[in-house]
Design a protein around this ligand. Structure first.
Ligand code: ADP
Ligand code: ZN
Length: 528
């Protein structure tokens, strides 16, 4: 299929050292490069800062001719071209901000083979003029940045991305193709492979770990008290507090200011000038704490943010990780604290109901919301949960540095209860939701149970000694910890995951942390 570079990983490593001055590739970069050097199309799922530029620049240098890099980010293009120039690598870009003269010069020089890399904005592919010119060049490799833009499921769909597959197809010799994105969802990944016309690509998910960040989830905390104390203890450090709504931004901002904390606020309902001022003051370290909605942070590069506090749970893990990831950009330690309240689930659910009517999309967003809620409930290592969510194979068993790893509260063995729940779900043929399972185990006299003859099951009333609520909480915990899963849709059904089989066979024990402060039952806890 593609064009195969006549180079080895050793050659790649030598270039890395000579040109970039780095000792070695990161594990994820190695996997992507090995695939590309074997001549196979590749999808690299990497977060911003994960080191993807090297993944296409190195092959570009190892291959003859000119590598095309398709990217929608004009400022990033310019930065990269300058950076490459300073490394002595000839590169140029083509985008709509350039004059006709400049454009013509670049095209002429590109046709002469003057560049190792040519960055091009996708809109340029729509022009009749460009495509034949590009195709007249020797192009062994096409790298597509922000590849999720090809998918309508992504958050940034661009029609011009749909022209890329055609361009690739019309080259006389099909170039090797690599697509990069930070979006982890399956539907977007599928679109990338299909709509960009990749040939049997190897998909690599890598680089999601941010070793310098620590993660903590606080459940049902007294948020104001915790925040004020935290801000006080970190008075000389910059931090961001994310809230779900404008109203909460204003409330938290007022609370901080009235306690003498130099804070600013930022949300979409403010005047542009006020927002800009708040942002500038934060960037100058004039104010230490920025209280903001998710409107804040896009394209803001402040490297010394030491903590990110979520006053509310965000709508999904992607949003959470992006926001939390604004801490510690400089590589120094950063702390990420999520202050979960059961109400957050209801709020986000309401927002999803409001924003989408498309049933498939809604189900998708609800599933992602549930995975976010699971993160707030899990007892496992939070870093592991994050990396597993994104599909990064470098996930550790336990990081030893997150709130859950460092949680030294007592543990309680709940293997027997877990076995009872799993066997009841199995007896019910994995066809019902959490509430009904809890009711059967409780031995409830509910009419529906009698109608379905579920009161004839041997597991009926097996957990009679507990309250229905306690049983429900146990089921929820088993979902959050990866023993059970819920189907999508309006009436999610509980199903067993392979891990539950080990418990049923007595090969694995299940434990529960008993928190020193017992968790208050909260609104929203049982909306799934
Ligand atoms: P992305 O394009 O994915 O946002 P970059 O390619 O700009 O990320 O890389 C992010 C940072 O990591 C840059 O400062 C880069 O120089 C650095 N980096 C990338 N690869 C390596 C490596 N193998 N060793 C050390 N630093 C690296
Ligand atoms: Zn951990």
């Amino acid at each position: 299929t593609g064009i195969r570079p006549e180079a080895t990983m050793e050659d790649a490593r030598r270039l890395l050292k000579r040109i970039y001055g780095y000792e070695d590739f990161r594990p994820g970069q190695t996997r992507v490069l090995e695939t590309l050097l074997s001549g196979r199309d590749t999808v690299g799922i990497m977060p911003t800062g994960g080191g993807k530029s090297i993944c296409y620049q190195i092959p570009a240098l190892l291959l003859p001719g000119t590598t095309l890099v398709i990217s929608p980010l004009i400022s990033l293009m310019k930065d990269q071209v300058d950076a490459l120039a300073s490394l002595g690598i000839p590169a140029a870009c083509l985008n709509s901000s350039m004059s006709l003269r400049e454009t013509n010069r670049v095209l002429r020089e590109a046709a002469e083979g003057a560049y190792k890399l040519l960055y091009i904005a996708p809109e340029r592919l729509e022009s009749e003029r460009f495509e034949p010119l590009l195709r007249s060049m020797e192009v062994p490799f096409v790298a597509i940045d922000e590849a999720h833009c090809v998918s309508q499921w992504g958050h940034d769909f661009r029609t011009s991305y749909l022209h890329i597959a055609g361009l690739i197809r019309r080259f006389e010799r099909r170039p090797l193709v690599a697509a990069f994105t930070a979006t982890a969802t399956d539907d977007v990944r599928e679109d990338i492979v299909r709509l960009l016309g990749l040939h049997d690509p190897q998909v690599h998910v890598t680089g999601f770990d941010r070793p310098n960040l620590s993660f903590t989830v606080m459940r049902g905390a007294q948020r104001e008290k915790v925040l004020l104390r935290y801000a006080d203890m970190h008075a000389d450090q910059a931090g961001i507090v994310y809230c779900a709504t404008r109203k909460e931004v204003e409330h938290v901002y007022k609370t901080l200011v009235s306690h003498g904390v130099p804070a600013g606020m930022y949300h979409a309902g403010m005047r542009d000038a006020d927002r800009e001022e708040a942002q500038d003051r934060f960037l100058r370290d004039d104010i230490r704490v920025m209280v903001a909605t998710n409107a804040f942070g896009m394209g803001i590069d402040k490297s010394n943010v030491r903590y990110v506090i979520h006053w509310n749970m965000p709508k999904n893990m992607e949003a959470y990780y992006q926001e939390a990831g604004r801490a510690g950009r400089d590589g120094e330690p950063g702390e990420c604290i999520l202050m979960f309240q059961g109400q957050d689930i209801l709020t986000q659910k309401f927002l999803i109901e409001q924003s989408t009517s498309h049933p498939e999309r809604k189900a998708n967003e609800l599933r992602r919301l549930r995975q976010m809620a699971d993160f707030c409930h899990t007892q496992q290592c939070l870093r592991r949960y994050i990396l597993q969510y994104f599909g990064d194979p470098d996930a550790p068993e336990a990081c030893g540095r997150c709130g859950n790893c460092n949680d030294n509260s007592e543990t309680e063995d709940i293997t027997v209860e877990a076995q009872q729940i799993f066997s009841c779900i199995r007896r019910m043929r994995e066809r019902f939701g959490m509430t009904l399972v809890a009711q059967v185990l409780k031995g409830s006299a509910n009419k529906r149970i009698a109608q379905l003859s579920l009161d004839k099951l041997p597991t009926y009333g097996l957990m009679r000694a507990k309250t229905e609520r306690e049983i429900f909480d146990l089921i929820q915990l088993l979902v959050a910890d990866g023993y059970l899963t819920l189907t999508e849709g309006q009436y999610p059904v509980v199903k067993l995951l392979p891990r539950a089989a080990g418990v049923l066979k007595g090969e694995e024990r299940v434990v529960r942390k008993t928190r020193k402060v017992t968790r208050q039952r909260q609104a929203g806890d049982d909306v799934f």
